[in-house]
Design a binder for this molecule. Structure first.
Ligand code: M3P
Ligand code: FE
Length: 303
């Protein structure tokens, strides 16, 4: 019951054609639909219509992020919980958004717009459902991640945002970073038994830090680094390993400056997973386990 998993991330781009070229040719996503001002993209193993929307606008940044709920009734239940928490909830009817039916949209305490949806258009993955091959065609262009994995947003008051995600939306925290006074600087939260579906780290309200694509193993991370370097993509950090989540990672920037990540590994937390705490003095190892640095561009740059 309740929130099931990440559905899609919707970002803006001042150059829709350049962004589309990058996300199809370097990332290797498929275009599932184009409209006058937007391109809808999906990864090869995703069943839904899209996991990324690029919308033409003068400035980069995030329009919204969207999670799927498990049952149709969950939308009405969560709408009540959100209203009781003082949220202004907007019902979006079928036909208003491409690739999905009815949804609810609201502002989270740190100012980003979040959406909950149950009715997603299922277009299927590239393998099909009848005697499917276990691997995608070997000639897919670019990195070709199987799916979107998580996103990280910023908040001025991480503790306040965490309370909202926990009490109103039912997210479970896997890891947190505390400052010397016991205040949360970062929280990692899940609904899908992964180290995180969404994380919140101290920074300006409304900002997107990155969204991340899942890769199946380290070998794919290494190959991704080669593809990024070959295409002249600016790498921010990595390939390396996070202490937090234990994941292997590369951070890099799309041509307009939106940060992307590829991510693999980590663990599979049960709902009773005992939470992990990092102290601020160990945050360098938590962020980048091998380098042990609190990289300033990494922490200060967001869109
Ligand atoms: C991750 C992750 C920050 C930490 C980021 C960590 C921005 O992206 O996937 O665990 O402090
Ligand atoms: Fe991440």
């Amino acid at each position: 019951m309740g929130v099931l998993r990440l559905a899609h991330v919707d970002v803006r781009t001042p150059d829709l054609e350049l962004s589309t070229a990058y996300y199809t040719e370097v990332l290797g996503l498929h275009v599932s639909e184009r409209t006058d001002d937007a391109v809808y993209l999906k990864c090869w193993d995703e069943e839904d219509h899209h996991s990324l929307r690029l919308r033409s606008d003068t400035r980069i940044g995030m329009d919204k992020f969207s999670f799927r709920v498990e049952r149709e009734d969950d939308l009405a239940d969560l709408e009540i919980r959100l209203a009781n928490a003082g949220c202004d909830v907007r019902r979006v009817s079928k036909g208003e958004e491409v690739g999905q039916g009815e949804s609810i949209q609201f502002e989270i305490p740190s100012g980003q717009t979040m959406e909950l949806v149950w009715d997603l258009e299922k277009v299927g993955n590239v393998l099909g459902k009848l005697n499917p091959s276990p691997v995608p065609p070997p000639d897919l262009p670019g990195i070709a991640p199987p799916r979107m994995d998580h996103l990280l947003i910023n908040a001025e008051e991480v503790g306040e945002s965490y309370a909202f995600f926990k009490h109103v939306l039912g997210f479970r925290m896997t890891e947190q970073v505390l400052d010397g006074n016991g205040h949360q600087l970062g929280v990692w939260m899940e609904r899908s038994h992964s180290p995180h579906d969404v994380a919140i780290v101290n920074g300006p309200n409304g900002a997107l830090h990155h969204f991340a694509f899942w890769l199946d193993d380290w070998d794919h991370v290494r190959k991704s680094a080669d593809i990024l370097a070959y295409n002249g993509v600016q790498i921010d950090q990595g390939p390396t390993r996070h202490g937090v989540t234990r994941g292997n990672t590369i951070y890099f920037f799309d041509p307009l400056g939106t940060r992307n990540e590829v991510f693999t590994g980590g663990y599979s937390p049960d709902p009773d997973f005992p939470q992990i705490t990092w102290t601020e003095d160990q945050f360098g190892r938590g962020l980048f386990y091998y380098e042990n640095v609190v990289a300033q561009r990494f922490l200060r740059f967001h869109t």
